[in-house]
Design a protein around this ligand. Sequence first.
Ligand SMILES: [Zn+2]
Length: 558
Amino acid sequence: MRQDQEDPYQRRSAQVYAAADRAGSGSVASPRPVLYDAVLLDRDGTLIEDVPYNGDPEKVRPVPGARAALDRLRAAGLRLAVVTNQSGLARGYFTGAQMRAVHARVEELLGRFDAWLVCPHDDADGCDCRKPAPGLVHAAARELGTTASRCVLVGDIGRDVAAALAAGAAGVLVPTPVTRPEEIAAAGWVASDLPSAVHEILRRQQAVQPATPSGEPVRTALVVRSDSAGDVLVTGPAIRAVAAGAQRVVLLCGPRGRAAANLLPGVDEIIEHPLPWIDPTPGPVDAQAIRDLTARLGAVGADQAVVFTSFHQSALPLALLLRMAGIDRIAAISDDYPGSLLDVRHRVPVGVPEPERALSLAAAAGHRLPDGDEPVLGLRRDAVPPRPADLGDPGYVVLHPGSAASSRACPPELATRIAGALTDAGHRVLVTGGPDERAVTARVAAAGGTDLGGRTDLAGLAAIVADASAVVVGNTGPAHLAAATGVPVVSLFAPTVPFGQWGPYRVPAVRLGDAAAPCRDTRAASCPVPGHPCLSGIDPEQVVDALRTLAVSGGGGR
Ligand SMILES: [Zn+2]
């Protein structure tokens, strides 16, 4: 008898080491797993034209299309809140009564909002509500009876997007002429105007819900995610969705993703096999190995296959093998013409977060997350070992300098300075890395921290990450482990791939690094630019500040 038959709940959500645990999913109004319950809107420059320090209702001018766009959100059942910095109150440029008159005029023109959250402070006040701090986003979520991770914030400057990210919400930037180019470069999601932002919010919300129920019940689903640990982890929510609609789930993964596959809820069996059209350093195609793989896939007896890929990978070679293996319902994302290889040919616009991209394919194949689950990354609790006792209490900061792709690793010299700065600020630092990164972790930890290089496998690392107050890491697997355990991330993000697709998903995060560096969107595995400028310019004090923004204090607290 399989494990899920002994205790079906264990294989599904109860077992999930989900980010939602820490986000307080218990307070979410709807058990239905939607991306968004609420849309938070910046006021000046987003909803209405920016009139600096305006206390006059007569000067309120909505941006074009605002009323109709907001009404679309209301009609879709989304709650709306305004989140606005009004330092003019602190500076005495207008009174509270004048501001309320302005807000009454806004509602007269744009309809009712479910909540208004105003920061009355100035930068000098050091409050936790003035954007880019996440306080207003958390307060709005509370007011609306949901969590920040189920909110999407629309704003016109970098502060808005940063506040959303730091709260674990999604952030959409709608630039105006005053938006700085570096703010546009750093934003993971950019829309040309408010109606377009609303259109895309509703499209993404809809895309993870199946248009039609899956029809024929699925006995065995074969799901496929090749490539590395991070790729497998971000596909986790989609695999849970398939598991909710299938009696048995078999996962085909590659050797580099195997350790992550072992951590995924919803998977009953794993087949490990490299795919030469996916692997970054493939061997030659071995005809006998391909014949053997085809036979093995046929022996699974799957009545449906769902092939997950990144936007630059092709699902079609595998789809051909699956057809030859006798599988007659195959779904995949493919811009390339698939002929008769696919039954469900799904398309996704660029820029969608990888977990949502995969969830939308699962939905196109007829599956959605079960009630009570959340569209967040998660791990099987029983696959994560106990944390070594000699590491002391939870509440440390994990600093993970390495990455399988050197273009996305933190330069060792910078990591060393970060370790020193964090230790000076009172943080307990654990430096983690794989067996081949021991030289770097030893050097970094010598500047401040405990060297755990080579001491853990991926599951052991998950255990350590799960008890951290935050993880400081590049765009690499452990960032997704942090997201899967609900741990905030200071993301030292090399822009070789889009942040909006690969940034830490639905977990409080601060993005650091030069988003407009020349390596942007090159997908380079090793940095093509001398000096690794996208990350080497980070000041270690920015990391200390980022932890403060994430409410992670030195001295081990949170
Ligand atoms: Zn404030």
